[in-house]
Design a protein around this ligand. Structure first.
Ligand SMILES: Cc1ncc(C[n+]2csc(CCOP(=O)(O)OP(=O)(O)O)c2C)c(N)n1
Ligand SMILES: [Mg+2]
Length: 514
């Protein structure tokens, strides 16, 4: 006879065996079995956030900062509904996440009790797999499969609905074992040869760097490819992380999300080498196509949905970026010989005056000129569904408890999830939240003016009354500082960053629209 165990305790034991150390959540009645079982699992840290969109965003931040599988639990249909905006973000970033919700007892749900809803159907468009447990005996298989699916590239969130009767029942069940699928496979000799030949035939290659470079730990290999070719490397237009070594001489910064501008940037090149990205994910509509006519594309990555998604590729390789580059770079060097070396050297030298490092230097000089301006020029400080950043930074900080973390947010964005400050204060995180307060939704105003020539800004100002972020932060138990004078920025920020504890620094900036 196998050991008898309750569903609720088996669920937590399974999560722990899958490497879960923190359960992010917001409890309700249907989650009470899990809250009750936590008493028997003191090695699992419960991180409470005061709304479900924050729960998922904090878990997302934790995963993205640690590369680990995360688990979060929300409350039936309205809680899952609240979580959807953050789940949408996690889908695009491919965050390995097991999202669960307590569900009404089977049979009881049929009677449509308060807060009941079709959880599986609700979650389905945003997850790789959604399932409801209908027998306790199936729970281990479901949790094991969920963890495997979430962590196997293309990674992403999965959803499990946990009915109360399953969590509260008891049975003798085998918890099974954890599996991770290894996708670090070296591509075939044939495709490596084809890539090598094609790349060497190009006169002016350009590299587009995606998030899979980070996920496959290929930052050094991607930089080595750029240097081997003497080719510029741009981050894709919608980056999800710092996807290229920023101070590498080949790094040019990110492509913008302005189709016309991207088309101009890419026009001089004859081959686009895409490493683990949807290269040209845009924001607003334009009649201009960002992809220049006739520009050939090679695309490498494990997210097969993104391979040739919008533009046909000459070679599309479903493969791990690091393993591919580890084989491709030496093959390029061997086949390219001294001629490639000389060309690369010249290419790198030509980039020196226009790469990211050079642009940053120029930007610092430019911005420094506005140092004394009052109110503070917003350019002095720089900026998905919004409202993600603040709770995500709480997750980043929880994943790196000994490193100071800085969150940089607009005032409007911060208000979607301001109660994340409480979670930061509660866990005494060394998190510095810098809120750039321009009194409203400046970007939306800018766009109303640019797209419609209209400066009648309805619903875009927080003026009557103004939001007092320092006051809000204090009410959540944080130390708060307000800065209105540009000269105070450097000393006050340095001082705050050097001290422990969660702090909010509200920086008042000019909200004028132009
Ligand atoms: C979930 C979600 N709701 C609404 C929007 C639309 N939106 C984009 S930017 C923005 C305003 C951001 O304001 P703020 O953070 O203060 O930035 P600012 O432009 O003022 O610096 C809004 C409402 C969005 N992107 N995501
Ligand atoms: Mg604002």
């Amino acid at each position: 006879m196998k050991n008898r165990i309750t569903g609720r305790s088996a669920f937590l034991a399974l999560l722990k065996d899958e490497g879960i150390t923190h359960l992010f959540g917001n409890p309700g009645t249907t989650e009470l079995p899990i809250m009750h079982a936590l008493k028997d699992h003191p090695d699992l840290t419960y991180v409470m956030a005061m709304q479900e969109s924050l729960v998922v965003a904090i878990a997302d931040g934790f995963s993205r900062a640690s590369g680990r599988l995360v688990a979060c639990n929300v409350h039936v249909a309205p809680g899952l509904g609240n979580a959807m905006g953050s789940l949408y973000n996690a889908k695009f970033t491919g965050t390995p996440m097991i999202l669960t919700a307590g569900q009404q007892e089977q049979g009881h749900g049929l009677m449509e009790p308060v807060l009941y809803g079709p959880l599986v159907q609700m979650a389905e468009p945003l997850v790789k797999w959604a399932v409801e447990v209908t027998r306790l005996e199936d729970l281990p298989r479901i949790v094991r499969r969920a963890a495997k699916i979430a962590t196997t590239p293309p990674t992403g969130p999965v959803f499990i609905s946990l009915p109360g009767d399953i969590l509260n029942s008891e049975a003798g069940i085998d918890l099974g074992r954890s599996t991770r699928v290894d996708t670090r496979v070296r591509p075939s000799d044939e495709v490596l040869q084809a890539l090598t030949q094609r790349i060497l035939r190009a006169q002016r290659p350009v590299i587009i760097a995606g998030d899979e470079i980070v996920k496959s730990d290929a930052l050094a290999e991607a930089a080595s490819l750029a240097e081997t070719l003497g080719a510029p490397a741009y981050q894709c237009s919608t980056p999800y992380s710092a996807q290229f070594l920023s101070e590498n001489p080949c790094f040019m910064g990110a492509l913008s999300r302005l189709q016309k501008q991207v088309r101009e940037v890419l026009s001089p090149y004859d081959l686009m080498i895409v490493l683990g990205a949807d290269p040209l994910r845009m924001s607003v509509y334009s009649e201009v196509d960002p992809m220049p006519d006739g520009l050939s594309m090679l695309q490498i990555g494990l997210v097969d949905w993104d391979l040739a998604k919008n533009y046909g590729a000459e070679i599309a390789l479903k493969a791990d970026v690091k393993e591919t580059l580890r084989a491709l770079v030496p093959a390029l060097k061997a086949a390219g010989g001294a001629a490639l070396e000389a060309r690369a050297k010249q290419g790198v030298a030509e980039l020196a005056s226009k790469n990211w490092t050079a642009k940053r230097k120029a930007a610092i000089e430019q911005i420094s000129k506005a140092k004394e301006k009052s109110p503070i020029d917003p350019d002095w400080l720089a900026l998905q569904g919004i409202g993600w950043g603040l709770p995500a930074s709480v997750g980043v900080s929880l994943a790196n408890p000994h490193r100071p973390v800085v969150c940089f947010s607009g005032d409007g964005s911060a208000m979607y999830s301001i109660q994340a400050l409480w979670t930061a204060a509660h866990h005494k995180l060394p998190l510095n939240v810098v809120i750039v307060n321009n009194g409203g939704y400046r970007i939306i105003k800018q766009r109303l003016l640019a797209f419609h020539g209209d400066d009648h800004y309805v619903g875009m100002d927080f003026v009557d009354p103004a939001v007092d972020f320092a006051g809000l932060a204090r009410s959540f138990g944080l130390e708060a500082i307000k800065i209105s004078d540009g000269r105070e920025l450097k000393p006050k920020l340095s001082d705050a960053f050097a001290r422990p504890g969660a702090k909010l620094i509200e920086v008042m900036v000019d909200g004028t629209v132009n």
